[in-house]
Every structure is written in C-alpha cells, then in structure tokens.
Write a protein that binds this ligand. Sequence first.
Ligand code: FEO
Length: 400
Amino acid sequence: MNIRIPVSGSVSWIGANDRRKALFENVWPLPNGITYNAYIIDDEKTALIDTVDASASGDFLERIEAQLQGRQLQYIVVNHMEPDHSGMIDALTKRYPELRIVGNRRTFKVLESYFGITRNLVEVSDGDRLELGHHSLRFIMTPWVHWPETMMTYDASEQMLFSGDAFGAFGAFNGGIFDDEVHLEEWEDEARRYFSNIVGQYSAMVQKALAKLKGVPLRIICPTHGLVWRSKPSVIIDLYDRWSRYDARPGLLIAFASMYGNAEQMADYLARRIAEHGIRDIRVCDVSTTHLSFLLSEIWKYRAVMLGSCTYNNLLHPLMEQLCSKLTHIAPKNRIAGAFGTFSWNGGAVKIIRQTYEALGWPLVAEAVEIHGHPTPEKLTACDALALAMATADALTHHP
Ligand code: FEO
C-alpha cells in the first residue's frame, strides 16, 4: 500500500499487514492476522522507527524510498530486536550504507548475533536524546517489555510514544489504522490475547514501564502491533495497567481435558449448577479444541478458573499438562480456583492440578472432586459443594 499515512507532524505509518502467517512466533494462532508497525520521520534528518517482519516486507524498501523522495535514510531507531521488527535492518544497511543504527548496549549484542552488524552504531541510554529538527526523540529503557533490550522512544515535540510491543494487539488492519477508525469493543479480545500470550509473563516489568511513563504527556501512542492511539490513548494504557496488575472481571473459565467425555460431563455439570445460581459469565473450553493462546486470554479475562482433567497414565492429559506448565511458567496472580477430574484405575490428575494452584498461589474455593469411571447422576452430586462455593464466591458475584 504505497500511499502516505500521516500520523502527526512529519511522522507517517509505514508498517505491514500480515494475513498469511498462521502462527505468531510459530506458536500463537493468527486467525485475524497481525500488523508490524514501523514509522518514518521525514524531518531535517530522516529516521525510521523499527521495521517489519521480512516475510511480510513486500514493497517496504520501495515505500521508504517513495516517502523520502530521493533523500537518504539517516537513522533507524531499534526499539526491539525480535525479528518481527528487526527483520529489515540488514536490507536497510545494504541500501543505505551510511545508515546509523540507534539502540542500547543490549540491542547491539543481539544485532551483532543476528546480522553481524557492528558499525554505524549510536548507543543510547535512558533519557538520551536525538534531535531530528522539529522532532526531538528521547529514549526510555523498558527492559523485558518484551525482551531484555526493549526500549521506547518518546517524541516530545508531538507528545508521541513509539512503544514497541507494549500497547500492541493481534489482528491485521481492516482499513482502520487509528483507534477512532474502528469499533474498539471488537478489538479488545485480540489485544488481551496478545497481552496474555506475549507480554503478560513480564507484567511486573510492564508496571515498571508504566511508572516511568507517569507524568509524560502522551497524545499519541504508536505500538509495533495493532492500532495507533491518537484519540483515546488512555484506553489502552488503562487496559495494560489492569492486565499487568492481574485485575480481571467477575467470571469463570472452566477448562477441561477429556478422552472419552467423562471429565467433559463434569465440566458441563459444574457449569450448569453455577449458572443456576444466576452466574452468566461462564466459559467452558475443551483444551483439545481450544488453543492455549485463547485459554490464557480467558484466564486473563476472568477472576476464577476451574481446571479438570482425566487421569492419563497416572498424569494429566497431555494438553492439560501443557496448560498447567505454561501457567506455572507465566504465573498469573489473583485468581481463585476449583479442580475436578476422573480416573479409571488410579487417580492422579486432580493432585497435579492442585499442585499447579499451589505453585501459582491460587486458593481453592472448595475441595477438589475426582470421580471414578463414568460420572453417573449420583456421582455428579459430588460436584455440588464445589459448584456452590464457586457460584457464591466474590470473584463471580462482586461487580466493582
Ligand atoms: Fe512484536 Fe517482541 O516482538
């Protein structure tokens, strides 16, 4: 799309939509695609903020040339070295041999390891500035949002923040690039899924980054994925603040793993009993048919989680094991929990789910329930105390 898309001042969006990649990082599904946002500043000095994934670069280099109309690209600011943003640095250094690369000490270690680039480097530290003319850039170190070298770039003249992965979302653009060009309520799910899958593990570092931004006037936020926030930047700041504090809405995710339907029957029974108490925000998911990506997003959405599994060779069903392992790794906080499961000879699944909760610090609302064999109506009544405790928990009933 070789047209100029102005953002503010002499800054234009020059990113790419990617609707071909099936899995981001070869892990996370992209049913709605993804964007790689880069920004070009055509000032007295010229600069590019980040690049795009090489696999979706298309006519990226030609578009830069068209925007600069014969001028040289003088700087590239590297806020983040993950290849979805650094993928075109090597090509740019070949096309513009005098291009100066702006990054921090950690940026350049990764840059050398990926591309062997060691020259024309401009090393910056927290608070350093780069004057382009009208645009005055200041660098803010925000490590681990999302990699250790991550930084943000603040343009004081336009009160714009080039934020890297922070404030990003999954989803390619459907024409609308700015927050005032879309229905925001349709967009939030993909933003939360992106946060929980990619950045949520580093929530404490997101909080540190937000603290650093406190008091900085932010008129426009330009992330590397998803919408450019020029009308209501406070919406995405508030959401990232809430998500990184593990603040969730009242509601329950019931995720189950079931070989032959027994654990699934328990999940449905529990959901029904809880719904009978007037709880509406319940989501029941089969871990075998719902990708981990969406399960994590639901866990970031709701304050209560119930995991249930059949016992599989004395352990968890492999896909429940994957979910529990990931949860232990990324360690979301402030959830309440319930556990259930089935077994055919020896038990085991429920014990491992309980151990997962212990590691996470999630309290059980009631005793876990484990059923031997087929869950007959009589056996299912063993779930009633768990259903009642969950249905009457503050996490489901209290709407702040
Ligand atoms: Fe969008 Fe961490 O890269």
